[in-house]
Ligand binder design. Structure first.
Ligand code: AMP
Ligand code: ZN
Ligand code: ZN
Length: 400
């Protein structure tokens, strides 16, 4: 027995130094906001098609609920559902009436809003250098909770600057060079809202983003890093066109009762100012329930994992796909929207991955966005947080 123990000890000693000296991989995580799964099936994305051959592609990529930008970028980077990582919407209020809003540069920097551990925090704890050319949550003022290098969000930043910025980071001396980098493009979301999912404008935006991916890969090749960089390209959610007769004014249904309302196109949360009115408001909405569903917070279906967060209001209204909720007058007239049931295929995005860590020419069904955090931990062979919703066993098979 003792002999066997000694042999095992010897084997361990032989293996450990090899593992410790393994070079860190490189991962570039690219998000194309609102890039619906089928945009990559329109014959206008030769660079994504090439990645399909060379790497892994999924039929679709399922967002977490609600299928909105900030909640989902945080789900991707923390492995947690919005109700657990804290960002239940692009804007919301805590129990003291303090507000989070994606356009509020002070709020987005305040670490108190972010309850999950972003992958860049996990990586930094393991001495991996990280960088971000935008990602929600990457600008927090607590240095340990943000990437080593990051950029303050600029919606109008030229594409070229972003691509060159990534290349500059990759050209840094080895001991300063990031191994995990995020990159973000808003274009498909903005154009989708404005012109719809079957427009000439969305197709040309899709083609531009695809060509940028081609340029980026070429530039990576030119600096001699083609074989060492793993690239993941994904989106936070899809998009769906709004029907012409699809506007539902919630205020008209509730009537005179005073309420706090968190209103976005697909999901509206309601808190009557007087708690005694919760049932009355619910009943009015229930009676008029057509082209939307109304729930008490506790009734929100478990398959959305959206009923435990303290900031969710007592009543939740979710529009059916293609319908749009407004509260009173609205000047925002997008022709397409997202935020709906994350299981609906229109809300699904894309997932592509290529590099030495991934299988080649390997096509899979639907992947879930909370599984990216554990996937990144697996690629870097580091221990991530265990209190997450993601599960490495649902995604590990795409790795080589
Ligand atoms: P939405 O369509 O409302 O879910 O949000 C999409 C918008 O989020 C984009 O058009 C950007 O303007 C904005 N956005 C995305 N990333 C960031 C960021 N890191 N900081 C601030 N705003 C952002
Ligand atoms: Zn988005
Ligand atoms: Zn959007």
């Amino acid at each position: 027995m003792k002999k066997l123990f000694n042999v095992l000890l010897f084997v361990l000693f032989c293996i450990l130094p090899i593992k410790a000296s393994e070079p860190q991989p490189y991962v570039l995580l690219i998000s194309l906001d609102g890039f619906r799964w089928d945009y990559a099936e329109r014959g206008i994305t030769p660079n994504l098609d090439k990645i399909k051959q060379e790497g892994v592609s999924a039929l679709s990529f399922k967002p977490s609920f609600p299928s909105i930008t900030f909640p989902n970028h945080l789900s991707i980077i923390t492995g947690m559902y919005p109700q657990n990582h804290g960002l239940i919407s692009n804007f919301f209020e805590n129990l003291y009436g303090e507000r989070y809003r994606l356009s509020d540069s002070n709020a987005v920097k305040n670490p108190v809003w972010y309850w999950g551990e972003a992958f860049w925090e996990t990586a930094r704890r393991h001495k991996i250098i990280t960088a971000s050319y935008y990602w929600p949550g990457s600008e927090v003022w607590d240095e340990n909770r943000r990437p080593n290098y990051y950029k303050a969000y600029n919606h109008d930043e030229p594409h070229e600057n972003k691509i060159n910025g990534i290349i500059e980071w990759l050209k840094l001396p080895y001991n300063e060079r990031p191994h995990f980098i995020t990159l973000y493009f808003h274009d498909t979301d903005s154009e989708g809202h404005k012109y719809g999912t079957y427009s000439r404008q969305i197709d040309s935006t899709v083609a531009v983003l695809d060509s940028l991916i081609g340029v980026l890969r070429q530039k990576i090749e030119l600096i001699g890093m083609k074989d060492s960089i793993n690239i993941i390209i994904l989106s936070d959610h899809g998009m769906t066109n709004i029907r012409q007769d699809g506007i539902i004014n919630i205020k008209d249904i509730i009537g005179e009762i005073e309420c706090e309302v968190n209103s976005s196109s697909a999901i509206t949360m309601i808190k009557p100012k007087d708690e005694k009115n919760i049932e009355l408001v619910y009943n009015r909405l229930k009676k008029a329930e057509r082209n939307y569903k109304v729930y008490y917070k506790s009734e929100v279906p478990a398959y959305w994992s959206f009923n435990k967060n303290p900031y969710i209001y007592p009543i939740v209204v979710v529009a059916d796909i293609g319908f749009k909720l407004i509260y009173g007058k609205s000047t925002y007239n997008a022709v397409a929207e997202h935020g709906y049931d994350s299981h609906h295929i229109d809300m699904h995005g894309i997932f592509f991955a290529v590099g030495n860590k991934f299988k080649q020419n390997y096509r899979v069904g639907t992947l879930e966005n909370v599984d990216i955090y554990p996937l990144l931990c697996e690629i870097f062979k580091i221990d991530g947080r265990s209190n997450i919703d993601g599960n490495i066993n649902r995604i590990k098979y795409i790795l080589e």
